[in-house]
Design a protein around this ligand. Structure first.
Ligand code: G3P
Length: 216
């Protein structure tokens, strides 16, 4: 499973990308609006750092979605256009695929939506785990079912596990067959830490210093 960052905060993304394990960033209109910045500038800066930047359209009809998508994809080859799983989103997907634009279909909440988006040509689908948990169902089942369907029918569309809220979601997404997890920075920082790592390092260093005669 590859690891993407789910954020539009360029400074924080840069600090994480420097650690070397991230290959993409996903944004959405909510994340972009929190920055107060011009979206295209953000997409351009992020596309210099990672090989995949999902930029989501905010238009609602197919024709305007295509226009907006073409603007975003012309910013940098690493931009992947994000379209919502609506009828207009599917229409726009077909037109964009014919023009060679890479597309991530978002707001996927059922296996049938994922299969349809894949058959319509999506390069990526983004099933939302946490929002399904929020309404009292087990979101991870969606990742398992989509993964099973894509494997059974030899579908190459990649599954991006989205709406990840905590470290257990991350691990279960990997075990459930997600190709990618897109993870908010707050969760990424938690994934890096383990108390036994800190305790172990402290002991190694104090033993080393003692043996070298350094006061600890
Ligand atoms: O990638 C989609 C993600 O940003 C949604 O997360 O926590 O708002 O459900 P959340």
């Amino acid at each position: 499973m590859r690891i993407f960052i789910d954020s539009a905060d360029v400074d924080e993304i840069k600090r994480i990308v420097e650690l070397g394990f991230v290959s993409g960033v996903t944004t959405n209109p909510t994340l972009i609006s929190k920055t107060g910045r011009e979206p295209k500038e953000i997409y351009y800066e992020l596309a210099q750092m990672v090989e995949h930047v999902s930029a989501e359209v905010v238009s609602e009809d197919a024709e305007s979605m295509v226009k907006e998508a073409l603007e975003y994809s012309s910013i940098h080859p690493n931009i992947v256009v994000k379209l919502p799983m609506t009828n207009d989103g599917l229409k726009a997907l077909k037109i964009l695929k014919d023009k060679g634009v890479r597309v991530n279909v978002t707001l996927i909440f059922s296996p049938s939506q994922a299969l349809i988006a894949a058959r319509a040509g999506a390069d990526f689908v983004s099933p939302f785990i946490g929002r399904i948990d929020d309404i009292g169902y087990y979101g991870m089942d969606l990742i398992k079912q989509v993964s099973q369907i894509f494997t059974l029918h030899d579908i190459s569309t990649q599954i991006i596990a989205a709406s990840i809220r905590h470290p257990v979601h991350f691990v279960e997404a990997a075990l459930s067959g997600a190709h990618i997890a897109t993870v908010p920075p707050a969760v990424i920082w938690k994934l890096l830490k383990h108390p036994l790592t800190d305790i172990g390092l402290e002991k190694f260093l104090s033993d080393w210093k003692k043996s070298m005669g350094v006061n600890v």
